[in-house]
Design a protein around this ligand. Structure first.
Ligand SMILES: Nc1ncnc2c1ncn2[C@@H]1O[C@H](COP(=O)(O)OP(=O)(O)OP(=O)(O)O)[C@@H](O)[C@H]1O
Ligand SMILES: [Mg+2]
Length: 232
């Protein structure tokens, strides 16, 4: 198994109250597969993803990613894991405004162990013509493509996407989802994606439904749909 999360728990202290945000989450994902986490706002999706990405820590339970047990790593080792193995994509692209597209990607490739060639990555996301442009000169969908290029240039084993189409219109969203499927296919990258949108679950091998910090249903699809065929 590529990802194994077992009985993961996380609470936050807010003043006097302790609120349990993850109440014993268990999920698995095979290598090269796409998993989608579906759930309403506040159900703990980002918290779960951040812990799997090594950005945050759980209170108890265990997480293995490709054989590495994250929950026992010290801070330095967890940083190594995050840098070497995980690519992040967010709803708002988080590009650096005063750097060109190429430079935005170089920020990551320069600190990567075995980065992909920048031109290869730009070609993969269909932006080879925008190398010297600045983020403000690109549409939202194009900026998200840059964010995807930046996330995959380090050739991560795992791509974590938190509402990657949350700020995009329908057609642009399908383009971005289709691109993520292409990355999954061409580079063998396993993908874990958060969405509010039930239809997007159809492009996943596994859908985890989260409600108030608990997995209420896990649906495994025999066939993952191409993003172009998904309608909502
Ligand atoms: N640093 C924090 N301190 C205190 N509470 C937090 C913190 N981070 C998250 N929470 C709480 O944990 C709960 C789950 O948050 P989380 O961001 O994981 O939800 P989500 O499912 O990603 O929601 P959304 O769809 O709105 O992004 C929320 O009630 C939130 O207020
Ligand atoms: Mg969230």
């Amino acid at each position: 198994m590529f990802i194994t999360v077992e009985n993961l728990k996380k609470s936050y202290n807010t003043g006097k109250n302790k609120s349990e945000v993850l109440k014993g989450i268990s999920i698995t994902l095979e290598k090269g597969q796409t998993g989608v986490i579906l759930g309403p706002s506040g159900s703990g999706k980002s918290t779960l993803m951040n812990i799997i990405g090594g950005v945050d820590r759980a209170d108890s339970g265990s997480i293995y990613v490709d054989g590495l047990e994250l929950t026992v790593l010290d801070d330095d080792k967890l940083t190594d894991y995050r840098r070497d193995s995980v690519g992040f994509i967010f709803q708002f692209y988080n590009l650096v405004p005063n750097l060109t597209i190429t430079e935005n990607i170089e920020v990551v490739s320069n600190i990567s162990k075995a980065p992909l060639n920048i031109d290869t990555v730009l070609r993969a996301v269909g932006l080879e013509g925008k190398k010297r442009s600045f983020p403000r000169e690109l549409s939202g969908g194009e900026q998200q493509r840059v964010a995807i290029a930046r996330a995959i240039v380090k050739n991560p084993k795992l791509l974590l996407c938190d509402e990657p189409t949350g700020a995009l219109d329908y057609e642009t969203s399908r383009g971005v989802l289709s691109l993520l499927q292409k990355v999954n296919r061409d580079f063998g990258t396993s993908i874990l994606m958060i969405t509010h949108n039930t239809a997007i679950g159809n492009m996943a091998n596994v859908v985890y439904k989260l409600r108030s910090g608990e997995i209420v249903e896990t649906i495994r699809h025999e066939e993952a749909f191409p993003a172009e065929r998904i309608e909502w």
